[in-house]
Ligand binder design. Structure first.
Ligand SMILES: Nc1ncnc2c1ncn2[C@@H]1O[C@H](COP(=O)(O)OP(=O)(O)OP(=O)(O)O)[C@@H](O)[C@H]1O
Length: 590
């Protein structure tokens, strides 16, 4: 019920639909109770005394009741569907909005398939329950209540006798519930792991094929499919046992009614019409008991689904704006970045970066060099406030970034990553992503700077060419150049190039960088690169090892001192150095 209470806020403004739906169903049920009475009248007042006169009137009454009952049932469906759809619509929007604002930390462990199944299957289960299931459970209670009252009013002793088996029926249904609920939860988990397997396989199809891992992937899927199947079979076998037991218990009540009721009619303590009415009414009690399993199942499934959707909606967002966060005025931002004793660890692991200090006055270029996992990208993520730091401070123009409004902070930063994500849209839209009122001239200018214009013009529809999911159909270098154009168009105060030219050849890199010289002017730029050639013009280069800055200085300073930078330089410039050494008198330099 706690789940229901939490979901309430999503449909409460349309509660009138819920009330109308329940009311219509309750009225339809109440009308249904007229049938047994009409039967009793037909037998006792017309058939037994052989009085045919009232029969046409009785038939008309039945017709009227049928029409009214059908109309009420239609209205119940109509209002229920509107309510369910309204709720699902709001929940879908809320979930999607939440996904937009969840922190990077959440996405570090989130599984796409699992999220998809929450937004589809789970939402559907909630929609069904709030739209129909809930009203039907209430209706079930009303049926039992109305039915019992009528039966008691006819003959209370007979009612008590026929109800002897009802508590057992309820007990069986409740026991069933305690077993089926975990089974359904397990089934949902199994389904989301299946979806995840499919999604990952489709996304990573190139990797799978290049490693010829298809058989392994098939096995992995089979194991998950097996888990789903086992759960399905377990749940089905529970259902299979449940129905015959319920039927047996229900039949006991009918047999009792037959024996005791028949005797009462013979003893003239009960009229024939009343006995027939009783037979009809007993189903008002047995029916709900019979369906209690279905309703309980519906309820538990939706409850499990509700828990999963709410779990997403209640996820804490660890990187958030403070109440009085500072909104940067773009024209006043200078782009002075400083890190003071910054230490940060992902989760409970050891620190990814420790005691980082740097000062980047506006317009300077800072380079990062270091082995895999040395913490270069982490520093950049921290500057964008993807995560909150554990200690130290990061400032822009003297303001702590944790005090700056996140949107306005990120709007001053443009980043190009090693891996480029392109939306399935036109190249033009991909370049102008997130920007309003951008002219075609500006897009072309940025593309030319990023050395992307020529290959875009060679494509069938030029800038209107649609690139598929993750930019399929483009080479890695082409995707990177589009990403660079996108970053340049944003005209940021702070530019981040995280291995941004790794996928282009040396010549193109050189060309792009000469373009960068122009666009980097006046912007504080952070370059992560494995190639010394990308870093040599930086005002300061930080060499990282296991999250620590082990060397810092300009290119000219660093190549002179023994250390990691010099080692990398020697490897990358071996030919050049050899040539320099063959020409005596010349200094070994870049
Ligand atoms: N999202 C994450 N969750 C947990 N640990 C992470 C995450 N990202 C990076 N790490 C860890 O933090 C450390 C630094 O990683 P980082 O990505 O900053 O290195 P890097 O120098 O950029 O490496 P590369 O050159 O390979 O990109 C590594 O030990 C890495 O395993």
């Amino acid at each position: 019920m706690d789940v229901l209470r939490q979901l309430q806020s999503f449909f409460w403004s349309k509660r009138i639909l819920l009330f109308l739906s329940i009311l219509c169903l309750a009225l339809a049920t109440a009308l249904g109770l007229i049938y047994p009475n009409l039967l009793r009248v037909l037998i006792d007042d017309m058939i037994t005394p052989r009085n045919f006169e009232g029969v046409p009137m009785l038939a008309l009454t039945v017709l009227g009741v049928v029409i009214l009952k059908s109309s009420l049932q239609f209205l119940h469906g109509f209002f229920g569907a509107r309510l369910g759809n309204y709720l699902a619509y709001r929940l879908r929007n809320a979930c999607y909005e939440k996904l937009q604002f969840l922190s990077f930390r959440y996405y570090d462990t989130a599984k796409t398939g699992d999220l998809m199944s929450r937004l589809t299957g789970d939402l559907e289960a909630i929609r069904n329950f709030i739209g129909f299931g809930f009203a039907q459970i209430l209706n079930m209670v009303l049926m039992v209540l109305f039915g019992s009252i009528m039966m008691f009013s006819i003959n209370w002793q007979l009612t008590l006798i026929t109800m002897i088996f009802m508590p057992i029926l309820v007990m069986v249904a409740l026991k069933f519930e305690t077993q089926i609920h975990p089974a359904f939860q397990e089934m949902r988990l199994a389904m989301s792991s299946l979806t995840t397997a499919v999604q990952e396989n489709v996304t990573g199809v190139r990797t799978v094929k290049s490693f010829a891992r298809e058989p392994h992937e098939v096995d992995k899927f089979s194991i998950r499919n097996e888990r789903y199947k086992t759960n399905q079979i377990f749940a089905s076998s529970l259902w299979a046992k449940f129905f015959p037991i319920m039927e047996l218990l229900a039949s006991m009540s009918v047999i009792l009614l037959l024996v005791v009721g028949g005797r009462l009619v013979i003893q003239e303590e009960l009229s024939l019409g009343e006995l027939v009415a009783f037979f009809s009414l007993i189903w008002y009690i047995i029916g709900p008991m019979w369906n209690i399993g279905f309703h309980i199942n519906n309820y538990t499934q939706s409850k499990a689904s509700g828990e999963r959707v709410l779990e997403l909606l209640n996820q804490p967002i660890d990187v958030q704006d403070t109440e009085d966060s500072i909104v940067l005025a773009p024209e006043q931002v200078k782009g002075h970045v400083s890190f003071e004793h910054v230490t940060f660890a992902y989760g409970n692991k050891i620190a990814a970066v420790t005691d980082i200090n740097l000062d980047a006055p506006p317009g300077t270029v800072i380079g990062f060099l270091g082995g895999t996992g040395s913490g270069k990208s982490t520093i950049i993520q921290l500057l964008m406030r993807a995560y909150n730091i554990n200690s130290g401070s990061i400032k822009i123009d003297g303001m702590e970034i944790k005090d700056i409004n996140i949107r306005s902070l990120r709007s001053q930063i443009a980043a190009v990553f090693q891996e480029t994500f392109l939306f399935s849209s036109s190249i033009r839209n991909n370049i102008s992503y997130g920007l309003k009122d951008v002219s075609m001239e500006e897009i072309i200018r940025a593309s030319k700077l990023a050395k992307a214009h020529d290959f875009i013009m060679e494509m069938p529809l030029g800038y209107d060419t649609i690139v598929g999911e993750r930019g399929m159909g483009l080479s890695g270098g082409q995707k990177q150049r589009i990403a660079i154009a996108r970053a340049l168009l944003k005209n940021p105060k702070i530019l981040i190039l995280d291995d941004a030219t790794s996928a282009v050849d040396m010549e193109t890199e050189h060309e792009i960088q000469s373009g960068f010289q122009e666009v980097m002017r006046g912007r504080t730029t952070f370059i992560i690169a494995h190639r010394i050639s990308s870093l040599r013009h930086a005002d300061e280069i930080l060499v990282l090892n296991e999250g620590h800055v082990v060397q810092r200085g300009t290119h000219d300073e660093l190549i002179r001192v023994p250390g990691q930078y010099q080692d990398v330089y020697h490897i990358q410039y071996a030919d050049h150095i050899a040539r320099e050494q063959q020409a005596p008198g010349k200094q070994v330099n870049s």
